[in-house]
Design a protein around this ligand. Structure first.
Ligand code: NDP
Length: 395
């Protein structure tokens, strides 16, 4: 029997790699593709859907339904559009679903796809940052296994296999440090979006690449790790490791450290999630340690990268502060991309919104639903917009 699979965010960086892995591991012979989704890239979505004989292709953008229908003309692929159609696609039963939409827009899809049992391969870290408890509770209720795809969390997941989780003292997330790892803050103040987009090691989508340059991505991953592996904030550490060869580590109560290493290629974590609990051949580069010759490490600096300090505050505050953090971060990035605020202003904006909404985020407590998350997300975005308007007006 073919495995039923769906890929949400199929046209993105993780999505394209997922399609490549599905094709490498048998394509239509091995997989019945239930749904593929995208947003603006209709040509690619239609091409992927045709190649993999998907049952359903969905664009998030309702305006693009007609172009999608045209691009699929003559095929058996059904076209649909809009956020409701995305949720309906996520409600279609599948044995394995990849959640790789970028941003909080992926949250509803993750929650819906978590209702099928089987495996939810999670790249969309926003789902865990904004609503970790809700997502894990949904998975538990429906017998769904959450397998992380973020390379750091995949590494931790792999290092914990067969171990007693209670024996894990700490997790150590590795961070490349991004393109401005050694830059002084004065120089970072002048950074442009084009400079921030250029990640030294990983080839990723634009937003996560810029989040890596501010280290907001690592900050998200700290919160994500805490939510995923039930850790206390002080069990989550970050170390700069410029080569990105060690993807992360777990330290145990006997002093042992388990690390997962591999090339900087998302197909590794995607393939692991696809084949879990087994391993299968993947055509990834094999590490050659003689050529590597060295692995470097340095302390992460929360002064030059305030996102790391803010992540600690979010983990301590708990409640729904992750949703506020993410929404403000997304709004800050939007403002940076259009030149309304500078590179360093992004963290200032996020801190401002976190402070202002701390009471609301705390009141939400552990028993919240998706509506509460989305409401606070909208409030945080509104507040961010006001801050940007006041900032731009004052310049
Ligand atoms: P991309 O920007 O490359 O792709 C995003 C995908 O989401 C595309 O398919 C895009 O469609 C779709 N999309 C965009 N906006 C919406 C929306 N409003 N509603 C529904 N779909 C939408 O992102 P990445 O692949 O880089 O990242 C995806 C997720 O995975 C993020 O959460 C990221 O943090 C995480 N991640 C990414 C890694 C990477 O290597 N890139 C590594 C680890 C985690 P279209 O392109 O057609 O517009």
């Amino acid at each position: 029997m073919r495995r039923r699979v769906s890929v949400f965010g199929a046209t993105g960086s993780v999505g394209r790699n997922t399609i490549a892995v599905l094709e490498e591991q048998g394509g239509v012979e091995a997989f019945e593709v239930v749904a593929l989704t995208g947003a603006g890239n209709i040509a690619l979505l239609a091409e992927q859907a045709r190649r993999l004989s998907a049952r359903l292709a969905v664009t998030a953008d309702p305006e693009r339904l007609e172009p999608l229908r045209d691009a699929l003309a003559g095929s058996d692929v059904e076209a649909a559009a809009g956020p409701e159609a995305l949720l309906a696609a996520a409600a279609e039963p599948a044995d394995w679903a990849m959640s790789a939409i970028v941003g909080a827009a992926g949250l509803g899809v993750s929650l819906r796809a978590a209702e099928h049992g089987g495996v939810l391969a999670l790249a969309n870290k926003e789902s865990l940052v904004c609503a970790g408890e809700l997502l894990r509770a949904t998975c538990a209720r429906h017998g769904t296994t959450l397998v992380p795809v973020d390379s750091e969390h995949s590494a931790i997941f792999q290092a914990l296999r067969g171990e007693d989780a209670a024996a894990a003292e700490r997790v150590i997330l590795t961070a490349s440090g991004g393109p401005f790892r050694d830059w002084p803050r004065e120089r970072m103040a002048m950074v442009t979006p084009a400079q921030a987009r250029a990640h030294p090691n990983w080839d990723m989508g634009e937003r996560i690449s810029i989040d890596s340059a501010t280290m907001f991505n690592k900050a998200m991953e700290m919160i994500e790790a805490r939510a995923l592996f039930d850790l206390s904030p002080d069990q989550v550490e970050v170390i700069i490791h410029p080569q990105s060869i060690i993807h992360s580590m777990v330290g145990f109560n006997d002093g042992s450290i388990m690390a997962q290493l591999g090339p900087s290629d998302m197909r590794g974590a995607i393939g692991f999630a696809l084949n879990w609990p087994d391993r299968r051949d993947l055509s990834l580069e094999r590490l050659d340690f003689a050529r590597l010759s060295r692995l470097d490490f340095a302390a992460a600096d929360p002064v030059r990268f305030p996102a790391l300090r803010l992540a600690r505050e979010v983990m301590e505050a708990d409640g729904l502060s992750g949703a506020v953090f993410n929404a403000a971060k997304e709004a800050a990035l939007d403002a940076f991309l259009i030149g309304a605020i500078g590179f360093l202003d992004m963290a200032i904006l996020v801190e401002h919104v976190l402070d202002k909404l701390a009471p609301e985020a705390a009141q939400s407590g552990p028993d919240y639903d998706l509506d509460a998350v989305l409401e606070l997300d909208a409030t945080a975005r509104r507040m961010s917009g006001l801050w940007v308007a006041a900032y731009s007006g004052g310049r």
